[in-house]
Design a binder for this molecule. Structure first.
Ligand SMILES: NC(=O)c1ccc[n+]([C@@H]2O[C@H](COP(=O)([O-])OP(=O)(O)OC[C@H]3O[C@@H](n4cnc5c(N)ncnc54)[C@H](OP(=O)(O)O)[C@@H]3O)[C@@H](O)[C@H]2O)c1
Length: 367
């Protein structure tokens, strides 16, 4: 999903667009389920609406059918994702649609998951006209975390880095350094709020001692907080404030069999350290986490880049220079981030925020 532009603007059908906007109400709360929105229409009038709010709760179609009541009969259904055909924690949506005797269904994108797919065929077989949207891209963008979770068994990974004009990230190894201004801080809060988990390396946890919470402009914590995760191999992050501040849950990703306990106030999520950061991310996916935001230092960014884990890169460009002795963003051998950025990623958005500039990059192959 875009950070500064409206992804739904390319959806030409107004009811399908409305369904997309409803679906987005579930941002940050539906994982490991997808965000789904549904609208029922009679003629040109909306007679029912719904969206999926959280895993285990009713699906968008069930809520919209209940909202429409008897007006569902003969209606056209607009839904962002192919209705499920399986018994999960709730009954199959296709059964409810068939029983309600809707006439037609317009679907944003097919369901690629093996367990839930097949809904369109079942609806067709029951005599309901099924139409798929010409362009599934905005619907896939809405659920990029869920799609990554389904296809690759790992979360979608958004990486945020604040850089000086000479591409430095800190005044020196392990030195806490404020690089960007208040506008960029607000963007960081939005990125965190849209994620299931926010991940930092243990060395950043120790150097910066961040709260990693979502806060409003007055500093008040939001009611929903993403899981705060510290990634470690050997470094012990015990004593960092986030484990004891009571603002949402915390976890430490630690190598399996390392023999250490998680700090008080945090739970341990174990991963196979031979599998690198990829294994750590898969361990998060196994916890139902579909969208991760990483705020890495040099070591973690290098590992993410070299393991091909940067799905989206949000660069905050601040207007000062660090100079000699300051820490850069990358120490690997991929030709340096600038060269590799040109070959691997492309810029999709740019915005001036306060005194800083923000550029957003995604993989060339993703779009
Ligand atoms: N400007 C920015 O956007 C920004 C953002 C964050 C941090 N920073 C700065 O970056 C500095 C810290 O950076 P850093 O390079 O020392 O550490 P880092 O990148 O924050 O953290 C790396 C951590 O990840 C852990 N890790 C686990 N598995 C790993 C793997 N496979 N590969 C690499 N790391 C793995 C390491 O654990 P072990 O230690 O146990 O090996 C290490 O603690 C601080 O000065 C901080 O202020 C700047």
């Amino acid at each position: 999903m875009r950070l500064f532009t409206d992804d739904s603007s390319s959806i030409t059908d107004p009811f399908l667009r409305r369904a997309w906007i409803l679906a987005r109400n579930g941002l940050g709360t539906t994982s490991p389920n997808p965000m789904v929105g549904c609208v029922l229409v009679q003629g040109t009038e909306i007679v029912g609406e719904g969206w999926h709010e959280r895993a285990g709760g009713p699906h968008a179609e069930a809520i919209a059918l209940r909202d429409a009541g008897s007006a569902a009969r003969g209606a056209t259904v607009y839904v962002t994702l192919e209705p499920c055909a399986h018994h999960g924690r709730t009954p199959p949506c296709v059964d409810a649609l068939i029983e309600s005797e809707v006439a037609r269904i317009v679907i944003g994108m097919p369901d690629p998951s093996i367990v839930a797919s097949g809904g369109a065929e079942r609806l067709s077989a029951a005599g309901i006209e099924v139409i798929f949207a010409d362009d599934p891209a905005p619907f896939a963008a809405l659920n990029r975390g869920w799609l990554m979770h389904v296809r690759e068994s790992r979360p979608w990974i958004t990486v945020k880095l604040a850089l000086t004009l000479d591409a430095r990230i800190a005044a020196g190894p392990g030195v806490r350094t404020r690089i960007s201004g208040p506008g960029a801080h607000a963007v960081t809060m939005r990125l965190r709020a849209a994620s299931d988990a926010v991940v930092i390396g243990a060395r950043t946890a120790i150097a910066d001692d961040p709260a990693l919470t979502v806060r409003d402009s007055a500093g008040a914590p939001a009611s929903r907080q993403p899981l705060r995760v510290v990634l470690t191999r050997r470094t012990d992050p015990d004593g960092c404030s986030l484990f004891g501040d009571g603002h949402g849950q915390t976890a430490v990703l630690m190598p399996d069999g390392c023999g250490r306990a998680a700090p008080a106030g945090a739970r341990a999520i174990e991963y196979d350290s031979a599998g690198g950061v990829t294994a750590a991310m898969r361990a998060l996916a196994a916890e139902g986490i579909a969208h991760v935001m990483v705020e890495p230092g040099q070591t973690l960014f290098t590992a993410l880049w070299d393991e091909g884990l940067v799905d989206e890169l949000v660069l905050v460009h601040a207007g000062g220079v660090g100079g000699e002795g300051w820490t850069g963003s990358y120490t690997g051998s991929d030709g340096g981030p600038e060269l590799a950025l040109r070959t691997r990623m492309k810029a999709v958005e740019a915005e001036v925020v306060g005194d800083d500039a923000i550029t957003v990059w995604t993989r060339k192959t993703q779009e």
